[in-house]
Design a protein around this ligand. Structure first.
Ligand SMILES: [Zn+2]
Length: 237
């Protein structure tokens, strides 16, 4: 029962994170009623129910019938799942991660304000975790150095410097075993989706086509955390 309540609460929070991710740094105020981006119609209460409104309106605006992005219900459901599965203490950081993910998909960049906020929280959360070793404290700087190196060598083409800062946050938050697993997963899932996209996309794209990487790091972090993964067998050291 608690899981269901957490899921529903997460779905509602997810609809706010959607708005944050879309309006962050856009000049639009973060408060104020949501509106249709095509016709500008302000949404009334029955159009604002997370997930359900999307289903009942068949994914279209009530007034102009423009298609509503699948991003809305997907982020809402994902946030619900995250709320229902991660330990409570991790929820605030993952909320910031979700906004970072949305922003990175839309703008191919990670806002400093958000990633610094997540780093600050990632320094606090481990204080509440019992088994957090010296190596765990090093995981953040190690992941930061790793991504920074990829950024340097590829001259910013393979990875942005924002990914290095996000790596620092994830390493600090999850420690060595989970943090390294998160990044390994991010590369696996990223490669799988990248290759699928290259094969099936109608447009001619190459491996160099810019792909936002933050969503994969975040997805990997979630999986590593809830499955308690240690893909690099760090616990043996
Ligand atoms: Zn409309």
């Amino acid at each position: 029962m608690a899981t269901v309540i957490l899921f529903v609460f997460g779905v509602i929070v997810g609809s706010f994170l959607n708005v944050l991710g879309l309006r962050w740094n856009s000049g639009l105020s973060l408060g104020g009623r949501s509106f249709c981006p095509v016709c500008g119609k302000k949404l009334c209460w029955h159009e604002l129910i997370p997930v359900l409104s999307f289903v009942f309106l068949h994914g279209r605006c009530l007034q102009c019938k423009a298609r509503i992005s699948y991003q809305y219900p997907m982020v809402e459901i994902l946030t619900g799942l995250i709320f229902a599965t991660v330990p409570y203490i991790f929820i605030p950081v993952f909320c910031i991660y979700i906004v970072i993910g949305i922003y990175d998909i839309r703008h191919k960049i990670i806002p400093n304000s958000l990633v610094y906020a997540s780093i600050a929280l990632s320094l606090i959360v481990p204080l509440f975790i019992v088994h957090y070793s010296f190596l765990d404290w090093l995981a953040g700087p190690i992941l930061f150095s790793f991504f920074a190196l990829v950024w340097l060598i590829s001259r910013g083409k393979a990875m942005g410097f924002g990914d290095a800062k996000l790596g620092l946050s994830v390493g600090l938050l999850l420690g060595a075993a989970l943090g390294f697993s998160a990044v390994v997963l991010a590369f696996w899932v990223g490669a799988a989706i990248g290759i699928t996209y290259m094969i099936f996309s109608p447009k001619k794209i190459t491996i160099k086509s810019e792909m936002p990487f933050a969503p994969f790091i975040i997805f990997g972090s979630w999986l590593a955390l809830i499955l308690n993964l240690d893909l690099l067998h760090v616990s043996f050291f």
